[in-house]
Design a protein around this ligand. Sequence first.
Ligand SMILES: [Zn+2]
Length: 173
Amino acid sequence: MSILEVQRILSHLGYNPGEHDGLDGPNTQAAVKAFQRKAGIKADGIAGPVTRGHLAEAYKNSRASEHFAMSEYQCDCDGMYCGGFPELMEEALLAQVENLRNRLGRPVIITSGVRCTQRNHEVGGIEYSKHKIGCAADLYCPGVHYSEVAAVARELGLGVIEYPEQLFVHVEV
Ligand SMILES: [Zn+2]
């Protein structure tokens, strides 16, 4: 986990590490300290292995957005090749999927979020798939035709690929 990832996780969890610049500056250290205090571990402001472990766990267990748990986006290799989040989810995608769900006014099921390289290869994803960088999700909305889901996603400005055979829609930012 890089400093940049530490900063992205801290922001996602509601802490304020300052600019996501990949530098371990005073704002980041203060946010790490606040997180450590909350987690009940040694609050020294240094994101060492123990703290990084807690950050990864807290991220996995966090809400992705109001209606979605972060676990719904985790890699479905089931721990075969990765720990669930080989890459963090792009916040803009999480916000847009939430928007989509709210526009449809009913539950949306995510069938694939982030994917590690091995899993992406296994499911036949393209080499530069946005799933690999946390910028895409495959989803469907029970009771709503996939083409309508796709239309609403396009209106929201999402990149969309329809899969008529499998009845799901790929959305990406
Ligand atoms: Zn994986």
